[in-house]
Design a protein around this ligand. Structure first.
Ligand code: ASP
Length: 342
């Protein structure tokens, strides 16, 4: 019999309005089962584990990603698939982190949530939850899981987790995967794009990872950015990587002071990687004159990575005591389908 484990971490999906304050607060898994009686209609086992105190995903920390990985690791053999209920605010960060931490995963990990609590009449939570369970349990003709990847399912689209970004603070279509097509679309039928789905290497085991290093910072360029701000970033104690959010196809001002600061960072052993502020498309350093100086300063290409997956990838790689050369090598590889390299 198919068995699915729901991991409940918190978020709007499981919140209820506090009658006194009017604020949304988390409720527990039993209330959940009561509000979603449809769960009983699946003809397979659905168990649940929850965070001791469910959290708003704005409070998620790398330690919480570790907790989720541990829950999946401890239950890996017993369940066919996992559904993680999570707040939407940082869902793409968690999805990205889990994709790196769960190396060579052979079972689906479907992360979902909702914009309206599951107890509300017009909730999007029921549909998201029930379809996620169905996807987590789905098998192909060979009896293998349809989607052995870390994904986000939200409002009819199944997306590779490390390709997603939250794009809407109100609408039910809260997530988008701008640089990679959806892995499946749920309408009357769930249509899987099997050629887009990654499959584990059968010769290697599933390997969970627990080590992360958060000595990483985002540096967003903007017209008028002050030298002393970049200088302060370059001086942060213990800093190991800077994610430089540039313009367009990876362009930056050509001011000599900026070039100097970037070179200083490189000399201090700090990895600087270039991703674009655009939500779609990729970095192409050298296409314009305004990115040639970045190549000269040793800035790495972030390709078409989302900010969320770049952050998670760096925390993951830095956490593993690799040499700088090894990290640079892996930054130029797609480890979990997170970037497109021509
Ligand atoms: N603040 C909530 C959270 O991320 C929002 C949501 O779940 O939609 O936990």
């Amino acid at each position: 019999m198919t068995s699915i484990l729901i991991i409940y971490t918190g978020g709007t999906i499981g919140m209820i309005e506090n009658p006194e304050t009017g604020a949304l607060e988390n409720f527990d898994m039993e209330q959940f089962r009561h509000l979603v009686p449809e769960l009983k209609r699946f003809n397979f086992t659905i168990d649940a584990v929850t965070f001791e105190s469910p959290i708003d995903s704005s409070d998620m920390e790398p330690n919480d990603w570790v907790r989720i990985v541990r829950m999946i690791h401890e239950n890996y053999e017993r369940y066919d698939g996992f559904v993680v209920l999570h707040g939407t605010d940082t869902m793409s960060y968690t999805a990205s982190a889990l994709s790196f931490m769960l190396e060579n995963i052979g079972k689906p990990v479907i992360i979902t949530g909702s914009q309206l609590p599951i107890g509300k009449l017009r909730t999007d939570g029921k549909e998201n939850l029930l379809t996620s369970i169905e996807i987590a349990a789905a098998r192909n003709a060979q009896g293998e899981p349809m989607v052995p990847e870390v994904c986000i399912f939200f409002q009819s689209a199944l997306m590779r987790g490390n390709r997603t970004t939250k794009i809407n603070a109100e609408g039910f279509n809260a997530f988008r995967s701008n640089n990679y097509p959806p892995l499946a679309k749920a309408g009357i039928h769930i249509r899987y794009e099997t050629h887009l789905i990654r499959r584990p290497d059968p010769t290697r085991p599933f390997t969970p990872h627990y080590l992360l290093d958060n000595n990483v910072v985002f540096l967003t360029l903007f017209p008028g950015i002050r030298e002393d701000i970049v200088d302060m970033v370059a001086r942060i104690k213990g800093l190991k990587a800077v994610i430089l959010k540039t313009y367009g196809a990876g362009n930056a001002p050509q001011r000599p002071w900026l070039v100097d600061k970037l070179k200083q960072m490189k000399e201090r052993g700090i990895i600087v990687v270039n991703i674009t502020q655009c939500s779609k498309g990729r970095v192409e350093m050298g296409r314009y004159e305004t990115s040639l100086q970045l190549i000269d300063s040793g800035v790495l290409n972030g390709y078409d990575a989302t900010p969320e997956s770049m952050l998670a990838k760096l925390m993951f790689l830095l956490g593993h005591d690799l040499s700088k050369e090894e990290i640079i090598m892996r930054m130029n590889e797609s480890l979990r389908g997170e970037i497109t390299i021509d």
